[in-house]
Design a binder for this molecule. Structure first.
Ligand code: GRF
Length: 193
């Protein structure tokens, strides 16, 4: 997938919670040279704080609670196709998408994960890094494939873990660099920047 000239790529962002990455991606998308235009926010959680950003920036939002996983995924797919959405950015999205869903968006779904993958897939990454006395942790933007947090890595950035770091101080530090690398990773796959 490549971005040419002024035709920005229609993008959907999937969230479940705070949405700081969503906010950051919206700001990035509004820059003149950004290759993406965010036209859809999907949440599985109606109380997700991040939904406020969809409202603030007048972006269409939809809530699918995934009580019926297959039927919700089909509804989302229909919506995405109808609206010519070509890139999906997962940003703190806590549902696992089915193989079928991923196949129909092969190579067009990316995710940000708060660890230096392949280390610490899944949850509690900061706790795992600290308890293992790791010297570094960080974050990774990767393509989504059918195995959890296992798709091809697009970009990674590390931070030092200090003796005084707690899971929450480390989470804060890493979130900051998430906000740096998610836009960079998007530029990397869509442009030659
Ligand atoms: C981030 O740490 C992201 O890496 C992880 O979930 C968190 C989401 O944070 N997948 P936010 O909702 O974007 O603030």
């Amino acid at each position: 997938m490549k971005f040419f000239g002024s035709n920005k790529i229609n993008t959907g962002v999937f969230i479940s919670g705070t949405g700081s990455n969503l906010k950051n991606l919206i700001k990035f998308s509004l820059k003149k040279n950004s290759p993406i235009k965010i036209i859809f926010v999907c949440s599985n959680n109606k109380d997700a704080k991040g939904l406020q950003y969809a409202k603030k920036y007048s972006i269409k939002k939809k809530i699918f609670e995934f009580k019926n996983h297959r039927s919700d995924e089909n509804k989302i797919l229909n919506y995405l196709k109808k609206n010519k959405i070509e890139l999906l950015c997962l940003a703190g999205f806590m549902k696992i998408l089915s193989k079928k869903f991923i196949k129909s968006y092969q190579g067009k779904i990316i995710n940000i994960h708060p660890s230096l993958l392949p280390k610490y897939k899944g949850l509690n990454t900061h706790y795992k890094a600290i308890i293992n006395n790791d010297k570094f942790s960080g974050c990774t933007v990767h393509y989504v494939n059918s195995k959890l947090d296992s798709g091809k890595i697009i970009l990674q950035k590390k931070v030092k873990i200090l003796k005084k770091d707690t899971t929450s101080s480390l989470a804060k530090k890493i979130l900051k660099i998430e906000h740096l690398i998610y836009p960079k990773a998007i530029n990397k796959i869509l442009t030659n920047l």
